[in-house]
Design a protein. Structure first.
Length: 173
């Protein structure tokens, strides 16, 4: 169990658990008498004599409900926590499992941004540095991610050392 800060908490809770329902029952009795007497007077020519009981009973019902609610608030909250927490845990685990790759990518991008790193992309044709995500070189218009062969001008992968069309060396070894 957990330690309570107020040593009189148990006594107050037990008192509220006793007084709350008693006030509620007394309020219901008064309300039933007052409202019942009001409707019973419709058949006679006399005014309702106990209608005042409704004006005492209805506030007592509200007070009794409030006291009982406070008396059982801890038990209700613990019950709800025991019902909700496992579902919340399952949802969190499901979301974490389904988004872990995206979260790694985002965390890496944030880390790069905090360190001030940017991955520049070099053009395979003219070696100009371009922004990450660029599809074409800002200097020569060459497609990024390809390296042109200096002999036959065929496009090759940017990391190719020799042309896949004529065999010419495309990058320094």
């Amino acid at each position: 169990m957990y330690k309570r800060y107020d040593p009189q908490h148990d006594q107050l809770r037990n008192t509220l658990r006793t007084i709350g329902p008693i006030v509620l029952v007394v309020g219901v009795i008064f309300a039933v008498i007052g409202i019942g007497n009001f409707f019973m007077s419709f058949g006679s020519f006399e005014p309702p004599r106990y209608f005042w009981c409704a004006f005492i009973g209805l506030p007592l019902v509200g007070l009794g409900v409030a006291l009982t609610k406070f008396a059982y608030l801890g038990a209700i909250t613990r019950y709800m926590a025991n019902e909700v927490a496992p579902v919340g845990k399952d949802v969190t685990n499901y979301m974490a499992h389904g988004t872990k790759d995206a979260m790694r990518e985002v965390a890496g991008a944030i880390g790069e941004g905090l360190r001030g790193e940017t991955k520049v992309v070099r053009c395979g044709g003219c070696q100009t540095e371009n922004e990450p995500g660029a599809n074409f070189c800002k200097n020569c218009g060459h497609a990024i991610g390809e390296r042109s062969c200096p002999k036959c001008f065929e496009p090759n992968d940017v990391d190719a050392k020799f042309c896949n069309h004529c065999g010419q060396q495309v990058a320094e070894a």
